[in-house]
Design a protein around this ligand. Sequence first.
Ligand code: NAP
Length: 275
Amino acid sequence: MLGTHSLEKRELGRTREKIPVIGMGTWEIGDVQNEGRLLEIQALRKGIEFGMSMIDTAEMYGYGNAEKLVGEAIKGMRDEVFIVTKVSPEHFGYDDILRSCESSIRRLGVEHIDLYLLHWPTREVPIEETMKAMEELVSRGKIRYIGVSNFSVAQTSKAREALPRSEIACNQARYSLTHRAIESELLPFCEKERLTVIAYSPLDTGKVLTKKIPPGLQEKYGMTPAQLMLNWVTYKETVVAIPKASKIEHVKENAVAVSTRISADDYKTLSRLFD
Ligand code: NAP
């Protein structure tokens, strides 16, 4: 069933904040003009209405254009939306982060960012300096929670040690039925330490499976391959997913992808197929 807040929510790390198990990505959104732009805005607004109220963006997406589009899409709906954005590694210096965050806030047209992520690890700036700036942003009320993206277990641990007063709430990592690298170390680590994994490219960037799904599984659940992929990727409590969809039909499909859960046996069957 579609409707606001109908989607399952999960705790973000240990923050007690609840976020929807399916959010929305915005990579490659915001670069077209006129009708295309309106359609992208409409898709995001529909998604929020259907409960996918976590929007993931980044300062580097379209050099700020994605954040601007998100800002337009959430006008009048700010309180219903959980905004995630990311600072790029070339801005990990103390003053650079403060500036980047201000710019993101301005482009998004908000008072604060809900979750601010370090987009990738870098060796150029000591993590202690970077995290000092992140804590400063929390204390100024510019961001609510801190997270990382594309960090290994060792890098995440080091980043945690560099945060005396705050916690790292999540690690955003590539994860889908067909990209399973995090299962060996990062996923077990996040489960043990209670960090949320935000699965990016959960539909394998649109290379949605068709041929490999076992016969009968789609019919059994009345799900499309994309819905099965989203259902599978969020099977574990630690994981939420952020599919990107600019087509309304895709938005609608994704919003109901977890309204029924696949069985443990079918989860295992799908897992084995792509091992
Ligand atoms: P994705 O979400 O796996 O795939 C997006 C593609 O799937 C689009 O072409 C979309 O088509 C299509 N799609 C969406 N829903 C569908 C459905 N129900 N049925 C069939 N096709 C469907 O790939 P992604 O954009 O790479 O990843 C998602 C988000 O993760 C990004 O947008 C970004 O916010 C984030 N991300 C983060 C990082 C990082 O380094 N932290 C890296 C990559 C991505 P339409 O658009 O035509 O609807």
